[in-house]
Design a binder for this molecule. Structure first.
Ligand SMILES: [Zn+2]
Length: 262
């Protein structure tokens, strides 16, 4: 897709959103998903839309946002969604957004050292970390399309990113139900769903992705040589990244996500 065309489409969708949020992708009788998929395919064909380095958190993408950092189109849609959430009585708060490779490596090392102090074996240590955290270079937070969002009308809990707040009776339950109903109209989808058959990362009711950009990014990511990337980067415990481990990690943690965003 030509940059000019991207701008036109972004400007048009913003205009449509101003008129009516729920019309963002559905002004004709075509199914919403079908329309979005068209734009995804065009993004995928654009060789200059993102670089390999940007896919692994080592790029230098343009990022915007006052209290977070996301790609401009993602930020624009997020601001629209948060404005509507506020009108509905919620206080949304973006806890985490773009992360660089080195930031993710900081998380990895902190957790690895913590588990090491508990005398965990290397493989148990890695398996424990990848319940919720990614191996540096493989995080969707590297893309500028994904963020963690919570809601604070009843205060900020010590552990805002905990499933219990979003479950029945939890303080963010109302916000979760609002997101279930509305997030997709702005292009946002849950990544790590509550599907019992889904493998990989545990249920994360707070982690959303902007599908129109992250879907082509995931497809491009699958074409990278992840095995080489993970085996060449010297990370704590990376000597345990066997071929079998990496294949399973790819299949379960990176690809076993919400089917709507693949
Ligand atoms: Zn997240």
């Amino acid at each position: 897709m030509l940059p000019k065309k991207i701008f036109k489409i972004a400007a048009l969708s913003a205009f449509v959103l101003i008129l009516h949020p729920s019309c963002a992708y559905g002004t004709s009788d075509k199914p919403a998903d079908e329309k979005k998929d068209e734009s995804s395919t065009e993004n995928q064909q654009d060789p200059v839309k993102f670089t390999n380095d940007e896919l692994i958190g080592k790029g230098n993408p343009t990022l915007v946002g006052k209290d977070y950092k996301l790609l401009p189109e993602v930020s624009k849609q997020l601001e629209l969604m948060m404005a509507d959430a506020r009108k509905a009585g919620f206080k949304p708060w973006v806890v985490s957004s773009y992360r660089t490779y080195s930031y993710q490596n900081g998380i990895w090392e902190r957790k690895y050292k913590g588990n090491l102090a508990k005398k965990m074996t290397a493989i148990n240590n890695i398996n424990k970390i990848i319940e919720y955290s990614t191996i540096p270079g493989t995080s969707r937070h590297h893309w500028g399309t994904d963020f963690d969002i919570v809601e604070t009308t009843k205060g900020v809990p010590a552990d805002p990113l905990h499933e219990k707040h979003f479950n029945e009776g939890g303080q963010m339950r109302g916000f979760k139900l609002w997101l279930d109903k509305n997030a997709h109209t702005y292009g946002f989808y849950l990544v790590y769903t509550n599907d019992k058959d889904r493998k990989g990362f545990k249920y994360e009711p707070w982690h959303f992705t902007y599908k129109p950009i992250s879907q082509p990014m995931l497809r491009a990511y699958q074409k990278l040589d992840i095995k080489k990337l993970l085996q060449e980067n010297k990370l704590m415990g990376s000597e345990n990244f066997t071929d079998a481990f990496i294949k399973r990690y790819m299949d379960e943690h990176l690809l076993d996500v919400n089917p709507e965003i693949k």
